[in-house]
Write a new protein. Structure first.
Length: 412
């Protein structure tokens, strides 16, 4: 199977350097080629170059990009898209003045979603979640991480992870699964938090590992949720079963989550609204990717993480949607790109690196996804004809999707 894309206005995200992530000042240098072609064979990128050098030869499929941008499909390294129902009631509560934490303390929030997920069958959850993947694809996403964490019992966590496995098997998107039993303390364990942590270590992690259902382990390490000590225990447990951490940290307070994540070799630490000099120092020199979720700060009206400071200090950062029913009910990575520019003061080239190569790194896909590199999977987002690369985040509410190629095949 050979696919040719011709008349590409700007081919963006080219990187043949072999680097696994893009750090600091390098983030603003995005490899581009104007008036280009790209060829993919058997699902992989095999060549690209100026249109004038387009090789002869027959293709099974040809796409005319009509002057649009072709870039790596977005990698969304942090989502919670398996959930039952929605929580617009809490959205109104927030408009009327309640905070995310107050809603959680009243038994809403994550526990509200857990109650509903408990009632739903695997089939119902699958049917509800698949259209969310479709919405993500419509904004240019080609790979995603999906977390459990609305089960909060062994049985319901397994149910969620089986749904994620089925989604991975039936979608053209590349999917990674994360076990997030420590998203909140289950209702029947309230007041007995340490026993809930025991349950996760003794029963949930071994059961998840026995079915091979998760690539990563996550903990919501934050004020009012799990402490750094509890987080360390669960990460140690996960490590015994080969699950690398990707953790929720410093969304609600300077929780020590970044430090514990780095200490346990987390692939990423995510959220980071409360990040200071000490946390930046800890991240520098580590292999952990700081991942910012600007959709959550936008939706909850919180302060944004200091992305500019992080990049200027030499860190690479990733951005992801956090698509979930409580704090970010959208998986539109193109909008996330705009938020990164507008609210995090990242320039468009930095934001594109954060949403592609660095977000691929944050889910362990850096060798196969996230850049225009010969030999990488041909996951490509094709935009409508645009005047420049900068136009993409600038046109913040406009779709611009003209096509999506996943595994070398056109899916949109
Ligand atoms: O990443 N912060 C913790 N978890 C999710 C929100 C989950 C929910 O409210 O349902 C997040 O924002
Ligand atoms: Fe999250």
């Amino acid at each position: 199977m050979r696919l040719t894309i011709k008349n590409i206005g700007i081919l963006a995200g080219i990187d043949e350097s072999g680097r696994e992530r893009v750090m600091g000042a390098e983030m603003k240098n995005l490899g581009t080629l104007t008036n280009a072609y790209l060829i993919a064979e058997e699902g992989k990128i095999t060549s690209y170059g100026p249109m004038a050098e387009l090789p002869e030869g027959r293709s099974d499929e040809e796409i005319d990009a009509r002057g649009g941008v072709v870039m790596p499909a977005f990698c969304d390294s942090h989502t919670h898209i398996v959930y039952a129902g929605s929580r617009e009631g809490e959205f109104v509560d927030k408009i009327n003045g309640l905070s995310y934490e107050e809603i959680a303390r009243r038994g809403g929030g994550i526990l509200n979603s857990a109650d509903r997920l408990h009632e739903a069958t695997e089939q119902e959850l699958y049917e509800e979640a698949m259209p969310r993947l479709q919405q993500m694809m419509a904004s240019g996403t080609g790979a995603a991480e999906i977390k459990s964490g609305y089960g909060l019992s062994t049985e319901d966590e397994l149910k969620m992870l089986r749904v994620i496995r089925r989604m991975a098997e039936s979608s053209p998107m590349t999917i990674r699964a994360t076990f997030l039993g420590a998203h909140a303390v289950a209702r029947n364990y309230i007041g007995r938090q340490s026993e809930y942590v025991d349950l996760i270590c003794r029963e949930m992690i071994p059961a998840v590992a026995a079915e091979g259902l998760a690539d990563f382990v996550d903990v919501f390490c934050d004020r009012g949720f799990f402490t750094p000590e509890e987080t360390a225990r669960m990460l140690e447990c996960g490590a015994k079963y080969g699950m690398r951490p990707k953790i929720h940290a410093n969304e609600l307070a300077a929780s020590g989550g970044i430090q514990v994540g780095v200490q346990y070799g987390a692939l990423s630490v995510d959220h980071l609204e409360f990040t200071g000099d000490e946390e930046i120092a800890v991240l520098l020199g580590s292999k952990t990717m700081p991942t910012i979720l600007p959709g959550a700060a936008f939706f909850l009206g919180m302060n944004y993480p200091p992305a500019r400071k992080m990049i200027d200090a030499g860190l690479g950062v990733a951005i992801a949607s956090d698509f979930n029913p409580g704090s970010s009910p959208s998986g539109n990575m193109k909008f996330i790109l705009s938020l990164a520019c507008i609210k995090l003061r990242m320039n468009p080239q930095e934001a594109i690196h954060a949403a592609t190569q660095n977000s691929a790194y944050a889910m362990g896909l850096q060798r196969t996804h996230g850049s225009i590199t010969k030999g990488k999977v041909a996951n490509l987002w094709i935009t409508e004809p645009v005047s420049s690369l900068e136009f993409i985040p600038y046109a913040y509410g406009t779709s611009l999707t003209a096509g999506l190629v996943l595994n070398g095949k056109r899916v949109l």
